[in-house]
Design a protein around this ligand. Sequence first.
Ligand code: AMP
Ligand code: GLY
Length: 428
Amino acid sequence: MKIMVIGSGGREHTIVWKLKQSLKVEQIFCAPGNGGIAQLATCVDIKVEDINGLLNFAQKEKIDLTVVGPETPLVAGIVDAFEKKGFKIFGPSKSAAQLEGSKIFAKMFMAEEDIPTAIFATFDQIKDAKIYLKKNKFPVVLKADGLAAGKGVVICQNEQEAFAALDQIMGEKIFKDAGSKVVIEEFLQGEEVSVLAICDGDHFVMLESSQDHKRAFDQDQGPNTGGMGAYSPAPVLKEGSNEKEAYAIIEQTIKGMKKSGRPFKGVLYAGLMITAKGVKVLEYNVRFGDPETQVILPRLKNDFVDLMLASCEGHLDQIKLEWDPRSAVCVVMAAKGYPGDYAKGLKISGLDQAALVNDAMVFHAGTVKKGDDILTAGGRVLGVTALGDGIKKAIDSAYEAVQMIQWDGCFYRRDIGYRALERLKNGM
Ligand code: AMP
Ligand code: GLY
């Protein structure tokens, strides 16, 4: 089979790496790819938003299966465009992708389906939002309705912060039309966990759990990022009834989407908060998580092509997933300044040595290959993943590999997996 993967991050490098292990795969293209993906696939210079360009390429190359990484083309309707021309593509339709494309749609859907989530109100007028905030208690969470590259959520400690964020989002339109409506919701306290399921519209299979680390610095300090590291499995899901509640949330979501005429195909990612009052949905994503994918796929034993095809063709009920029992840890190595401005084009050294560490893999995110060199080309540059018997061994191997890699200004968190380690120390 000829496969095309769309995207250029660590998530897509991991997807390409996993697809490459399937005997069914003859050739993989990746649009646009990165310096690491270029070692496994043929990178083609087409942007992820260029749906016509991607479709033309699929027609020219007779691509048998396309796997979409990021949300932007999904929300823009890439799956509908490909399927209309008879191409197999893994992901939700434009209407089902609204679960991520519109936070208001997602909240209304959850209210309708009785899916537990934070109490919320929605606004399309800044003055109404301010009147509401004056009566509300803090902290509150303010969310731009549409896609904002992971920057559209602001946790506001007081009225002043909330008004300033509203002025930027609805007044100055820093996220353009994505901020013409907002959700204001209750701040939930608890531990976060990422739960992903592969779906075919009717059936679903749950992937193993994982936990991301969203803040830039150790001990969850500093600004929110796309994710600075992850581990799988996340033991918090095994406590009490958490796993059962998470499963029910996925099941209710799939049933509800089918009922509302938007059957969900592709990967459904529920960002969950484990609160004292039960498991609640913080957000839905309609794609694989990044860096969650870097710790989930290395533990999956099944042929990834079979899984993608079962989702596209509607026979996921015939798939049983098998998992490596070992833990996986991914440490993201980022460029100084990320998630703000950062330099690009810096030479990375030590990649070959890092890959020699037992059960370690280096997934590229923001890199480019120039001659024999690999240069930085993004904020999150690499994701170093290691497997180990238990979380401690996985953490140790991941950091052993990380320490071999260098470039000017590289930084990473040194506490990835700390929650799982604490549980281990406490004998939980
Ligand atoms: P979202 O894009 O909705 O997942 O939000 C990004 C991050 O903001 C989440 O991963 C949480 O860390 C935080 N967050 C979102 N909603 C809430 C909430 N209601 N209460 C507390 N934190 C939240
Ligand atoms: N790691 C968070 C996300 O993929 O949205």
